[in-house]
Design a protein around this ligand. Structure first.
Ligand code: BGC
Ligand code: CA
Length: 349
């Protein structure tokens, strides 16, 4: 009988401990053994998003070795469907993930996700596709990690403005004092497409340089679409095109594909944003004029560090530079042939 009571007491005590162990992750106080981060991507095959994911995985592995904790990073592909992405978030919630990171398919639909996360009390970090501020402010545990889109546009425009001022003939091929340009835009409604398009041109005109827009259209961030648009424009405008502003490197590389295949002797100056490895190599071989470094590594580290802090109950603002209670923005950098190697080395770190 005595031993039966002892067994019962033991079972009871164990049963009482169980919920504690289950709460361990996320309870703070240095007891966390497992950190579970769920990440939903708008689409996995986007070049920039894919490189951000590679960086994220690397940072998580490093931290796992360093901290001795088990770190689970589960990345799922939203396949450009907001409905699917909402289901993925529900699934992370039902599996008690510590943090949910969302690269919104439709950045105007973030309120739904914030509401779900808030109801479950699981912090949510948006990245790369920026929700409107109103949605981020719905809950104090909602964050955005990204960059200042207007800055990337400005830096891109400045590359062209500076080249024009230094050696006008390099840009103004027909010598009329104006820049004839075409604009390859990213996905419609994306903050980076809107602001890069606007601020690149503002940077040129505010340097006192006149511009003439020949054409603009979206190529949805994609190389093949960029190439197809450029084929139409080259047929229409030929060597009147002096500058091709591209909201990202993949579309710039598409434009370069077309220019290389065509017989035009006058090559326009083509500028992108991202500084992908292929973009940087195109700068080095002279086919791309410049780009703007979109720091995937810096953003991945910020997403991870913020996730880790939130999951382990640390105050995020002790180690991270959080602006307006909700935002982390990693600076962009202009890239031309003079610093392409330096940026290539950063990518290889
Ligand atoms: C990048 C693009 C990418 C897009 C995806 C932008 O910040 O510059 O290359 O396709 O994000 O959301
Ligand atoms: Ca001109």
């Amino acid at each position: 009988m005595k031993s039966f009571i002892r067994i019962m007491a033991f079972t009871l005590a164990a049963a009482m401990l169980l919920p504690l162990a289950a709460c361990d992750s996320g309870s703070g106080g240095g007891k966390v053994e497992t950190v579970k981060i769920g990440i939903s991507l708008y689409r996995k095959d986007d070049t920039f998003v894919a490189s951000l994911c590679t960086c994220l995985e690397r940072v998580a592995k490093q931290k796992e070795t360093e901290s001795g904790k088990k770190i689970v990073v589960n990345m799922v592909d939203g396949q450009s469907s907001q409905a699917l992405q909402n289901d993925q978030v529900d699934s992370f919630i039902s599996q008690n993930y510590d943090v949910i990171c969302v690269n919104m398919v439709d950045r105007t639909a973030a309120a739904v996700i914030v509401d779900k996360a808030k109801a479950a009390n699981i912090p949510v970090i948006f990245f790369n596709r920026e929700p409107v501020e109103e949605d981020i402010r719905l809950w104090e545990r909602a964050y955005y990690v990204g960059a200042d889109a207007a800055q990337s546009g400005r830096l891109q425009g400045e590359i062209i403005a500076e080249a024009f001022q230094k050696n006008r003939a390099e840009i103004d091929k027909n010598g009329d004092g104006k820049i004839q340009y075409v604009m390859l835009e990213g996905e419609q409604g994306h903050q980076d497409a809107l602001l890069r398009t606007e601020y690149s041109i503002k940077a040129v005109t505010s340097a006192g340089i006149q511009v003439e827009k020949l054409a603009n259209d979206t190529a949805n961030w994609q190389r093949a679409q960029g190439s197809a648009k450029m084929t139409q424009w080259l047929a229409k405008f030929g060597d009147r095109i002096e500058v091709v502003f591209c909201n990202n490197d993949d579309m710039a590389l598409g434009a370069i594909d077309t220019v290389k295949d065509s017989k035009t002797k006058v090559h326009p100056a083509i500028v992108g944003v991202d500084a992908t490895e292929s973009g940087l190599n195109a700068i080095k071989d002279g086919s791309m004029f410049g780009t703007v470094f979109n720091d995937a590594q810096g953003q991945a580290k910020a997403i991870f560090d913020l996730s880790y802090a939130l999951a382990t109950g640390e105050s995020p603002s002790t180690k991270l530079n959080i602006q307006n209670e909700h935002y982390i923005r990693i600076p962009y950098r202009a890239v031309t042939v003079s610093n392409a190697d330096e940026i290539l080395n950063i990518l290889k770190e």
